[in-house]
Design a protein around this ligand. Structure first.
Ligand code: NDP
Ligand code: MG
Length: 388
């Protein structure tokens, strides 16, 4: 069957790589819809090149500039945040690639899950905050959820060798980020430039900062709980600076499966698109002899408190991950704007999580309320004491 793809967030790091992958895969992978938020010129260029049936820009303030930039593009043009849900349920679309950053992607991911689409998910935040709602919606509609996040793609591939009930442990690898070997003092005085200088992966700014605090790994622990239906006490994090072993699964008989590859997001994006098959597409090659050795170490939970808090939040469940994620999104935004010091991000998350009374089995309305409260809490706390 031809894959008719809606690519939500086509102008970002995952979005542009997804377009490279689809180009390499050939004509049975059709780009049906593309969306972006602010990069209207790049979206217009993509529209002219890929000629999708629909394009959408979610920032309405840029609508006129976008329409002018579209030139001779003749497809349908949608404007505003609601266009994401409109696209996610279009009957012509069978595959929705979610490459939006943050909780902003939640309505569209939920809509796609409710409408039985195949979801190739890079946008981890909706899974973290609404894992229960999303997995229930997918179970009801028959929607398939396929991971793009490299660690989860690795686990998903390892799980082809055994059943979830036979899993002893899921081992998520982490590069350790730019501050893996830094002292607490160096971390405290880290600049924006230091935080954005990731040693192995090239990604958008929010996830790059998340990698520096190791918040990204904390979000991935919760993401794994929902994607694979395993309790958090079966999930471990292992620091692996070379980012070659993308994650491992230990089975009850002691066998450990791992997936290896060059640190290139095109590989997991492509597997999510071609699954259950494999195609040549963009094939990056791994030269282990040249690498010589791979190294592993335990994570430093004193220097990277976000990871420690993440395990507690995952165990608490309910509304805890909503607060954890929203506090992080708000704090990272303020950090990227120069409003707080790097070490303050984790402090603000911890303060916010501590203040919250966890509720279980929350509805979408409650979730949005809790999300809003956490963002406001962080914004107030940050303006009162930006450098604490
Ligand atoms: P980028 O910042 O590079 O791209 C984000 C995309 O989302 C852009 O297309 C952007 O549009 C769009 N966007 C931003 N805000 C909104 C909004 N409010 N409404 C609708 N669209 C919006 O992020 P990445 O590609 O790095 O990451 C995307 C997701 O994938 C994240 O959840 C991240 O955690 C996850 N991920 C990323 C990896 C990577 O290698 N980059 C690896 C694993 C997971 P515009 O640019 O036009 O403003
Ligand atoms: Mg990852």
């Amino acid at each position: 069957m031809n894959k008719k793809i809606a690519l939500l967030g086509s102008t970002g790091s995952i979005g542009t790589n997804t377009l490279r992958v689809t180009e390499s895969l050939g004509s049975h992978y059709e780009i049906y819809a593309l969306t972006a938020h602010s990069k209207y010129e790049l979206l217009a260029e993509q529209a002219r090149k890929f000629n999708p049936a629909v394009v959408a820009l979610t920032d309405p303030q840029l609508a006129d500039k976008f329409k002018n930039a579209l030139g001779d593009y003749t497809g349908e043009v949608l404007i505003g945040p609601d266009s994401l849900c409109t696209i996610a349920k279009m009957p012509e679309v069978n595959t929705v690639v979610t490459a939006i950053v943050g909780a902003a992607g939640l309505p569209a991911v939920l809509t796609a899950a409710e409408h039985g689409k195949t979801l190739a998910i890079a946008n981890k935040e909706p899974l973290v905050i609404a894992g229960e709602l999303l997995t229930e919606a997918a179970a009801k509609s028959g929607a398939k959820i396929l991971p793009i996040d490299s660690e989860h793609s690795a686990i998903f591939q390892c799980l082809q060798a055994g059943k979830t009930s036979e899993v002893q442990k899921i081992i998520l690898t982490a590069s350790g980020g730019p501050f893996r070997t830094a002292s607490p003092e160096q971390i405290k005085n880290a600049t924006l430039e230091d935080a954005l200088d990731h040693p192995t992966w090239s990604m958008g700014p929010k996830i790059t900062v998340d990698s520096a605090t190791m918040m990204n790994k904390a979000l991935e622990v919760i993401e794994a709980v929902w994607l694979f239906g395993v309790p958090v006490d079966k999930i471990e994090v292992l620091v692996h600076p070379e980012s070659i072993v993308h994650s491992l699964v230990e089975f009850v008989d002691g066998s450990v499966m791992a997936q290896l590859g060059a640190p290139d997001m095109c590989t997991p994006i492509q597997y999510a698109l071609t699954y259950p098959d494999r195609e040549t597409g963009i094939a990056s090659h791994l030269d282990l002899a040249k690498l010589g050795q791979l190294s592993f170490e335990p994570p430093n939970l004193d220097n990277f408190r976000a990871l420690k808090v993440g395990f507690d939040v995952a165990a608490a469940g309910g509304s805890a991950p909503v607060v954890f994620n929203a506090a992080n999104e708000a704090a990272v935004k303020i950090f990227l704007e120069g409003g707080i010091k790097f070490a303050r991000i984790t402090e603000l998350i911890e303060e916010c999580v501590d203040k919250h009374q966890v509720r279980q089995h929350i509805s979408l309305e409650e979730l949005l309320e809790v999300d809003k409260w956490a963002r406001e809490f962080v914004s107030n706390a940050a303006s009162k004491s930006p450098t604490l």
